[in-house]
Write a protein that binds this ligand. Structure first.
Ligand code: ATP
Length: 239
């Protein structure tokens, strides 16, 4: 139904070798929510994003995307079902132009590309419009991050996963980027966001989960997590 989560995991276990990185991970994101996944270095945040998006095959557990069981499906199938991952480190195609990169975002839905949709994205990201015909490799790090998000939106996803969008960016660019994320949230886009800068992620999130060694140890509203003195000492202050 309409109140069902867009994305939920249950008892999710995943990792890279014998020892699982994620153990028993349970989380959910409801329609229109922005949810933050927080935790120290190595807690398993990126691993969770990779497992949810099918880049890493779960060892155990379930993942439901819009009422469909997706654990074990390949990443391209999960993308087609409506999950768009903007991975850590951006990963735009440097030799292609900005517009070509954006158009590639439509591939997962195999749809015809509506020029008006590309235009609307360029309206949303004025810095990208200025550089529409530039090779993506010539953009600044922040512009490449915006391009990666624009490409993800071109898929018209049910949910957008943002992995460490602020990584390596200058403070002014981080503010610009988070204004974009807040804007997407305000327009009702469903978002799961990981950021090393937990306090920053909580400024745009409705709720959050704190991971420790691959498990959820705390969850709550953004306001509750912001007010949690223990968390502040452990994760929020250091950023
Ligand atoms: P960070 O912000 O430092 O990336 P994180 O919470 O995202 O932290 P992960 O990147 O998910 O953490 O890493 C969790 C654990 O999995 C770490 O111990 C890490 O060394 C290990 N790990 C991550 N990627 C791989 C990989 N490709 N192969 C083996 N181990 C990995």
């Amino acid at each position: 139904g309409p109140a069902d989560p867009v994305l939920a995991s249950h008892r999710l276990r995943a990792g890279y070798g014998a020892a699982p990185v994620l153990d028993d991970l349970a989380l959910s994101v409801r329609p229109g929510e922005t949810v933050a996944l927080l935790g120290a270095n190595g807690a398993g945040k990126s691993t969770a994003m990779r497992a949810l998006s099918g880049l890493l095959r779960p060892v155990q557990g379930s993942i439901v995307l819009a009422d469909r069981a997706i654990a074990g499906l390949p990443a391209h199938a999960i993308a087609r079902l409506g999950l768009a991952l903007v991975p850590e480190g951006r990963q735009v195609f440097p030799e292609l132009t900005v517009v070509e990169n954006i158009r590639l975002g439509a591939r997962s839905r195999r749809g015809r590309i509506d020029p008006a949709e590309v235009e609307a994205l360029l309206d949303r990201f004025p810095r990208l419009r200025e550089r529409a015909q530039s090779r993506a490799g010539l953009l600044s790090g922040g512009e490449q991050q915006m391009l990666a998000i624009a490409r993800g939106l071109m898929a018209r996803p049910r949910i957008l996963l943002l992995d460490e969008p602020s990584l390596g960016l200058a403070p002014a660019m981080i503010n610009t980027l988070y204004a974009v994320v807040a804007d997407l949230r305000d327009q009702g886009i469903t978002i799961l966001i990981v950021d090393q800068m937990a306090a920053l992620a909580l400024t745009v999130a409705d709720r959050g989960y704190v991971l420790e060694q691959g498990r959820v140890v705390t969850e709550g509203s953004a306001a509750e997590l912001q007010a949690d003195k223990g968390l502040e000492a452990a994760y929020l202050g250091a950023a």
